[in-house]
Design a protein around this ligand. Structure first.
Ligand SMILES: [Zn+2]
Length: 148
């Protein structure tokens, strides 16, 4: 599926196929199979951890109250979104999250999945030729969601 040429750039190119850990896998229960497939591909090249997948409506309401989410019926509630981070997590390494963001979108494109990233909600760097994430009004750098 993923272009074999990626292998020469891959820091995990050590004949051991990296996989999602147990905790990450359990956090993907109830998540759309396309996102699960996407993350299984991503983790072969970029070590990640899953923070959250499927979310209850109660938790979504709480996050909106806290200002951590903008939507009452977010995609997490439907299993159409995941929050992931580079592993091990370093919350101060903002560049790493942007690196991962571009990486995930690239793999999603190869797989034919339409995915939106919380670091570039309007996908201006992808589709409109503006090449920027600086116009992003609400950064949610761990968030990836299906568009259809
Ligand atoms: Zn999210």
């Amino acid at each position: 599926m993923v272009d074999a040429r990626f292998d020469s750039f891959c820091i995990n190119n050590n004949n051991i196929m990296p996989r999602l850990g147990k905790r990450s896998k359990s956090r993907l229960k109830g998540v759309d199979h396309r996102l699960v497939h996407l993350l299984e591909e991503v983790v072969k090249y970029f070590d990640i951890t899953v923070i959250e997948g499927l979310r209850s409506q109660e938790r979504q309401n709480e996050l909106v109250k806290q200002g951590k989410s903008k939507t009452k019926f977010g995609k997490h509630v439907k299993g159409h979104a995941v929050d992931i981070a580079p592993y091990p997590i370093d919350w101060n390494a903002r560049d790493d999250f942007h690196y991962l963001g571009g990486f995930v979108l690239g793999i999603a494109n190869r797989l034919g999945y339409k995915v939106r990233w919380g670091g570039d909600w309007n996908a201006s760097s992808l589709y409109k030729g503006k090449r920027t994430t600086k116009d992003n009004s609400f950064d949610d750098l761990v968030h990836f969601e299906l568009l259809d």
